[in-house]
Structures are given as structure tokens and as C-alpha cells.
Design a protein around this ligand. Sequence first.
Ligand SMILES: C[S@@+](CC[C@H](N)C(=O)[O-])C[C@H]1O[C@@H](n2cnc3c(N)ncnc32)[C@H](O)[C@@H]1O
Length: 283
Amino acid sequence: MIKAKPFVKWVGGKRQIIDKLLQYVPDEFNTYYEPFVGGGALLFELSPKKAVINDSNEELINVYKVLCDEDKFKKMCNVLNNYEANHSEDFFYEIRNKDRNKASFNRLSDYTRAGRTIYLNKACFNGLYRVNSKNEFNVPFGKKLKVNTYEGGNLITVSNYLTMNDIKILSVDFEEAVKDAKKGDFIYFDPPYDSDTSTFNSYTEDGFGKEQQKRLAKVYKELSDKGCYVMLSNHNTVLINELYKDYNIYIIEAKRNINSNGKKRGKVEEVIITNYENSKEFS
Ligand SMILES: C[S@@+](CC[C@H](N)C(=O)[O-])C[C@H]1O[C@@H](n2cnc3c(N)ncnc32)[C@H](O)[C@@H]1O
């Protein structure tokens, strides 16, 4: 069967290091949890039959939900066809600016909003997701002459995967998303990155700072103490090394493509942290 792939390009997406991540995935587990799912690179790679996926970005989660409903999915495809056909710089800004009027934005159907999210992701600069303090999407036009929102039928494959398996889709805080995890479940945390130089990361209207990283480390420990398999990825920073010093920390090199400053693109060290030993590590 053809495997689904991420249907959006997402900041911090894990496709480039997917082979490295796979080496650290436990051989067997019950339910798969991904509380910071983003584009879902590992979710689709593993394609578990039972999973709980979550992201605080409501527009993104709305797309996952629409993909789970046959009728809404068809309607979203019509929206995408229309957007692709009308694609231009002016059209991009017209669609982007729909969230400037909250009353009319809130009246849009969920499938229209889902189509808008996918279209903006493909048509904006570098596939970034950034909103201002009023929760208005503010990434500029990506200057592509044509956009391909379907990517060779991948959306259909994603929709089939989500509907034919037991996948619970949430948009809550990460702590709430894992509260039902039990011994033997596998949780993969891929939070917004920590940084040794800055104190603020902008993914959604509220950033994910040092305090959030510390709260996450507490949740990691609670799950570990419960007997869950817990894996986490982040940058190799002082704080992350301190917070997870009681666990296995593996350093890997990753090439990052999404950076608004082209000069800063390049290799950065990332870490994968597990609370279990992994036999695949040295094979
Ligand atoms: C590094 S990205 C995940 C990338 C993903 N693994 C992929 O392959 O595309 C981090 C995600 O965390 C989400 N996020 C930020 N704060 C959150 C919170 N408190 N609870 C849940 N999700 C949050 C962001 O919206 C973003 O999608």
C-alpha cells in the first residue's frame, strides 16, 4: 500500500531526519501519541493503526479533521481546484486576508478554511506558518507561478489512512493530549525548538519559551514513570541537556531548510532523547 506523506510543509518538519528518528522508535508499542504533530512526518512514516494526534494550531488540525470526513474532503478538493485555477499574487492576498474580518472568517465552512490553510501553505513564502498578535496569517507571497495542492494524490492517501484507522485528532495543549497515555504506549514529542540564543519562538500566537520546555520535561518524566516509551527531539542546547540528563541523549546532525534568513540555513545539531534503550541504534 502507498504510504501517506505530510500534506503541508511545516516548520520543524522531520522528513529530512526521518531515517534517524526511525532508528530510535521502539520495536513494539500500543497506542502512538504525537502531541505536536505539525505535518506529521513520523506519524505517516509509521502509519500506526491506533493513534492520538494533536497540535495547538487549530487551522492545521481543522485540515486533519476535514480529511477524515468523505463529504467534507470532496468539498475541500473543489475549493483547492478553484484556488489552484485562480492562483496569482493578488488572489493569494485575497485568500490570506480573509482572517482580517473575524466575523466573516468564522462563518466560513470548515472545508473552505481547510482548503485555505493548504493553499496558503503551498503558495506562501517557504511554507512558513506565522500569525501576528491578532492571529492573522502574515507570511508573504512565495512567488510561485503555479501551486500543486494535491501532490500526486497524496491527499487521498492521507485521507484513506486517517479514516481507515483509529486516529483521534485533538487541538489542545500537549499536556492535556497525553493525559490518557498508559504503560506500553509510545509518545513522540517534537516541540518548537529551544535555542541557546533566543528566548522566543513564534509558531502560533503564543510562543513556546523556556518555561514551556520545563513543563514539557515534567510531563516527559510523568509518562516515563508510568511505563510509557517516550521519545523527544529538540536542538542540542544547554537547557535541553540539563532537563533530560537522566535519559538517553543521542546527538544527530540535521539539515534545516526552513529559515527566513537564507544564510542561516545549514547544519545544526539536534538531539533525540529516549527513556528506553534501543537495539536498532548500533545496527
Ligand atoms: C516542531 S513543530 C512539529 C513538527 C512535526 N513533527 C513535523 O514533522 O512536521 C511543533 C508544533 O507544535 C505546535 N505547538 C506549539 N505549542 C504547542 C502546545 N502548547 N501544545 C501543542 N502543540 C503546540 C506548533 O503548532 C507546531 O506545529
